[in-house]
Design a protein around this ligand. Structure first.
Ligand SMILES: O=C(O)CCC(=O)C(=O)O
Ligand SMILES: [Fe+2]
Length: 260
């Protein structure tokens, strides 16, 4: 499903941008599905909504929704479906299983993400390698805080970190950062080692994108274990107990995220 040049690019960079990979009908459905899940009310025990740390003038701004796949057949059908799974199988040489699912909403004024690798946020579940499918809902631009990938940095495992798990600033400064100017209909695949970051959203529109993360099927289905622990240590606001320091307790689950 990918050609020799694309395979080589993924091998060198740990990511791959596939413009127009999503069929137009599916792309249109995605826009509507996104609006549906955004309208779901905060409900304990179900999907998990997080808010921006620094609320702007507009008040509290939703920043992320997680764990929606069990509640949305259409979105689950795409991310657990045959076509995408065949793509991953052709890239990794074996089948994958979903580990986690999120949509980052990045509204106007929304904060960026400090340079990081995703791997350190997913430790403790017996899996050491993940791949993510990114599906943009709005065009990614430098102004609205598009994703940026470190060029040809795939050979590095866990990089030296700041205390919060993000990549140490002096290391991040050595990378050549490539803006990923993705459009709705594109698919971006990236692994859990590639350093990435994004700027704040300085535009007046939102910059929404799905990120669904998988691990090799041979490493087991760890999704339930992940969400059980995340709910315990970094629950969505509607499940929080007063007086608990979730920033400390859930640090692993909030790595590089501008969420409260
Ligand atoms: O959506 C972004 O700008 C960056 C997202 C990211 O790296 C993450 O959620 O781990
Ligand atoms: Fe990330």
């Amino acid at each position: 499903m990918i050609d020799v040049a694309q395979r080589a690019f993924f091998g060198r960079n740990g990511y791959l941008h596939l413009p127009g990979w999503i069929e137009p009908e599916m792309g249109n459905a995605f826009a509507a599905w996104t609006a549906e899940i955004e309208a779901w009310p905060d409900t304990p025990g179900r999907w998990m909504r997080y808010y921006e740390k620094s609320a702007g003038d507009a008040g509290r701004m939703p920043a992320r929704i997680e764990n929606f796949l069990p509640y949305h057949g259409g979105i689950d059908g795409f991310f657990s479906g045959k076509r995408l799974n065949q793509l991953f199988e052709s890239i990794l040489g074996e089948p994958v299983v979903v580990f986690k699912d999120k949509i980052n909403l990045k509204g106007p004024g929304g904060a960026g993400f400090t340079a990081h690798q995703d791997g350190p946020a997913y430790v403790g579940f017996g899996v050491d390698f993940f791949v993510t499918a990114m599906v943009p809902i709005d065009p990614f631009t430098p102004e609205n805080g598009c994703l940026e990938m470190a060029r040809e940095a795939v050979i590095r495992d866990d990089l030296p970190q700041n205390p919060d798990g993000t990549i140490r600033d002096d290391i991040a400064a050595t990378f050549d950062w490539i803006p990923v100017l993705a459009h709705p209909g594109d698919l971006i695949v990236f692994d859990s080692r590639v350093p990435h970051r994004s700027g704040p959203n300085r535009s007046s529109g939102r910059r929404r994108s799905f990120y669904v993360t998988y691990n090799r099927l041979s490493a087991g289905d760890r999704r339930a274990a992940y969400y059980q622990r995340k709910r315990e240590l970094f629950p969505p606001e509607c499940e929080r107990q007063p007086g608990v320091d979730y920033a400390r307790l859930g640090a692993q689950f909030n790595l590089a995220n501008p969420f409260e």
